[in-house]
Design a protein around this ligand. Structure first.
Ligand SMILES: Cc1cc2nc3c(=O)[nH]c(=O)nc-3n(C[C@H](O)[C@H](O)[C@H](O)COP(=O)(O)OP(=O)(O)OC[C@H]3O[C@@H](n4cnc5c(N)ncnc54)[C@H](O)[C@@H]3O)c2cc1C
Length: 376
């Protein structure tokens, strides 16, 4: 039996779209390559917009143990500055979030096929979308949602990442004193060639996630242990946080080649691209999940309203472009040697800058009267 919609990738964007479509009575098959949800490279910060979208989907993050985050701290070298977040935020492991979203999709009636990787996606001569899976079988539907996140499908690739960013994530049990000192804050740390963040997640542990440009990783012999030691030397605040900490994973999970700043310009008829397949915002803004949820919601609204994917995708692009460019400028600033040199000044003005940047780099929520999406 052929479903109306095929969703490729069951992360936040794919699950959110699947849930919304199934609730609107559409028959949906979602294909996810991982047999069960697992840890993903992510800072696991949920912005206010993400929390609103998750709530609307019926995901109760508090019941899943999400930790409320009220403050943000910026640390570089020996200095740190703190500002209250101008919106509600929380943190929750991706494993817990993805598990809950998949369960919600199943409950909504989505046919979820896990442990099957999509190898290729092409159009049939009748104009349907045809996905070939790794077991040699195929699935077909008139409409497809591409939600494979960082991973490109053959024939649907995004431009290469010139900086060759590499991202890592580790979980730590901090010492009691450091855990108390971290408190309800998300801490952003700067070091040459990259930046990272540490924040509490459920279960009394902390997530340390960081990104580094490929050439800086090469300078430490491509070894994450050397890199972490260098980061601690460059940012003593991180060394302090990790003093007496127990690492809960033997080695970090990592991903490479993240095309930060990418926004998809166009698509093919019947193919809606969402989440990181629509736009990849610099990690430090903690906005990727809310963009994934937002683009899923907008794509579902467009599909249900009969707006062709070829009209929707450029419209989505123009709605996101200002926010994306601002986030890029802010991320470039953090990575710039001059910016680090004037850091003492930056830290003095940080609370004000943080409040403004945090507001400007948010996904704008549509009002109740205009439920589709924001257009510039
Ligand atoms: C270092 C780093 C830190 C980040 N920190 C944060 C943060 O703190 N807060 C925040 O909001 N955002 C953060 N982000 C961004 C956020 O993680 C992403 O924007 C978000 O996960 C995108 O959701 P998605 O559904 O598009 O992709 P994903 O959540 O990655 O889901 C894609 C899914 O597709 C599946 N898949 C891939 N290929 C195939 C295939 N061929 N066949 C079938 N399935 C496939 C994958 O297994 C995966 O489950 C961070 C990103 C990075 C790199």
């Amino acid at each position: 039996m052929q479903d109306e919609v095929l969703i490729l990738g069951g992360g936040v964007a794919g699950c959110a779209a699947a849930i919304a479509l199934a609730r609107k009575g559409r028959s949906v098959t979602l294909i996810e390559r991982e047999p069960t949800p697992r840890h993903k490279v992510c800072g696991e910060f949920l912005s206010g917009e993400a929390l609103e979208d998750l709530h609307a989907l019926g995901i109760d993050v508090a019941a899943l143990g999400a930790v409320p985050i009220h403050n943000v701290r910026l640390a570089a070298a020996r200095r740190a500055a703190e500002a209250p977040l101008p919106f509600a935020a929380a943190s929750l492991t991706r494993k817990a979030l993805d598990t809950a979203m998949t369960a919600e999709a199943v409950a909504a009636g989505v046919r979820v096929e896990r442990g099957r990787s999509v190898q290729s996606l092409s159009r049939t001569t009748e104009g349907a979308w045809w996905a070939t899976l790794d077991d040699g079988t195929s699935r077909e539907a008139p409409t497809a949602f591409l939600a494979t996140g960082k991973h490109d499908l053959r024939g649907h690739t995004r431009p290469k990442d010139p900086e060759q960013w590499v991202a890592f994530k580790l979980y730590f049990r901090l010492s009691a004193a450091q855990y108390a000192d971290l408190g309800d804050a998300s801490e952003l740390m700067l070091f040459p060639g990259g930046y990272g963040g540490i924040q509490p997640v459920e279960g009394g542990i902390a997530n340390l996630c960081w990104v580094i440009q490929g050439r800086h990783l090469a300078r430490v012999g491509h070894r994450w242990e050397n890199l972490l030691e260098k980061m601690k030397r460059d940012c003593p605040h991180l060394a302090m946080r990790l003093e007496g900490a127990e690492s809960l994973i033997a080695k970090p999970i990592a991903i490479t080649h993240i095309p930060y700043g990418y926004i998809r310009r166009s698509t093919d008829e019947g193919l809606y691209c969402i989440g990181d397949q629509a736009a990849v915002i610099p990690s430090f803004t903690g906005d990727g999940i809310s963009i994934a949820l937002h683009t899923a919601r907008c794509a579902v609204a467009a599909y249900v309203a009969g707006e062709p994917a070829t009209a929707f995708q450029p419209r989505l692009r123009s709605a996101l472009v200002a926010q994306m460019r601002l986030a890029e400028v802010a991320a470039d600033g953090l990575n710039n040697a001059f910016a680090r040199a004037i850091l003492p000044f930056c830290l003095r003005v940080w609370p004000g800058v943080m409040r403004v940047t945090a507001k400007l780099t948010r996904v704008t929520q549509p009002s109740a009267a205009a439920p589709q999406m924001v257009v510039n």
